[in-house]
Design a protein around this ligand. Structure first.
Ligand SMILES: Nc1nc2c(ncn2[C@@H]2O[C@H](COP(=O)(O)OP(=O)(O)OP(=O)(O)O)[C@@H](O)[C@H]2O)c(=O)[nH]1
Length: 261
């Protein structure tokens, strides 16, 4: 078989040779050669197109992978931001909940917290047929403390009293500021007699507080109303009885506790 590489130059040589100009095969050979060149040209074009297509699709494959990776990175970033946002919202919720149930001045629970807890504990103790006692504390002649020593000294006294209450009760007792110069202690599982002992400790500690404004000592005392919850009684009724007992303690001369009958 003849070497293909030499066919084209040989045909061109034959066609260019004037010796063969009269040869009857010259014209068909010329046509055939033109066809051959056109076929070669077409094959060449198809090859180039196919090569380009392959390289484009290769590039596309690469850029698709890149795009996919980029989107994945963006998704990861969004997920991280969303996690951070959610944890921020959780913290914010906690802080809001804390602020809404804590008294700003003394740092102990506020009236809202006390109301929620007294209702919940009353229902729990009712279910368990267990006793529960509520005590209300009202600082004696507090207006006079403010008037004599100023509102700031009054605030300090309230903070001290809140600390005394908190450190005098058990961990599972609940104390808070009921409002103004009034505080509440909720004692689940405790009857009136035992509660009166706890309250006596609080009363005597407050009466013995050594709180000074400059050289002057503040004379502080508090009165208490104590009510043990009756079976079937709702929390508000127990609180009202404690309040009535507190009124009695004030009437009887202050700096004392009165247990509701
Ligand atoms: N410094 C200060 N004073 C307060 C606060 N809340 C309430 N008070 C004051 O507490 C005083 C309560 O006065 P009253 O209700 O007349 O009772 P009291 O003077 O304590 O007299 P008795 O309760 O009858 O012993 C008022 O002067 C209020 O202004 C507070 O957050 N800080």
């Amino acid at each position: 078989m003849r070497d293909d590489k030499h066919v084209a130059p040989r045909i061109e040589e034959l066609l260019a040779d004037p010796a063969h100009s009269e040869n009857p095969l010259r014209i068909p050979l010329d046509d055939l050669y033109a066809e051959f060149r056109s076929l070669l040209h077409q094959i060449d074009r198809v090859t180039r197109i196919s090569d380009r297509y392959q390289s484009v699709s290769q590039e596309e494959k690469i850029s698709l992978t890149d795009r996919y990776r980029k989107q994945l990175r963006q998704l990861e970033k969004i997920a991280r931001i969303s996690d951070r946002y959610q944890s921020m919202m959780r913290d914010l919720n906690e802080a809001l909940k804390d602020a809404s149930t804590r008294d700003a001045l003394t740092g102990i629970g506020n009236r809202r917290m006390l109301m929620d807890r007294v209702k919940a504990e009353a229902a729990r103790m009712e279910r368990m047929s267990r006793p529960m006692t509520v005590a209300l504390l009202d600082v004696d002649r507090f207006k006079a403390v403010n008037d004599a020593h100023g509102h700031e000294a009054g605030d300090r006294a309230l903070i001290e009293i809140a600390q005394v209450i908190q450190s005098s009760v058990r961990d599972y007792d609940i104390c808070g500021r009921w409002g103004g110069e009034e505080f509440m202690v909720i004692m689940p599982e405790v009857g009136a007699a035992d509660a009166a002992m706890v309250i006596e400790r609080v009363r005597s500690t407050i009466a013995g507080l050594d709180l000074r404004v400059g050289d002057t000592q503040l004379v502080l005392s508090a009165s208490f109303g104590i009510a043990e919850r009756r079976a079937g009684e709702n929390a508000s009724d127990t609180i009202n009885r404690a309040d009535a007992a507190l009124f009695e303690a004030k009437r009887a001369g202050r700096n004392r506790a009165q247990v509701a009958i």
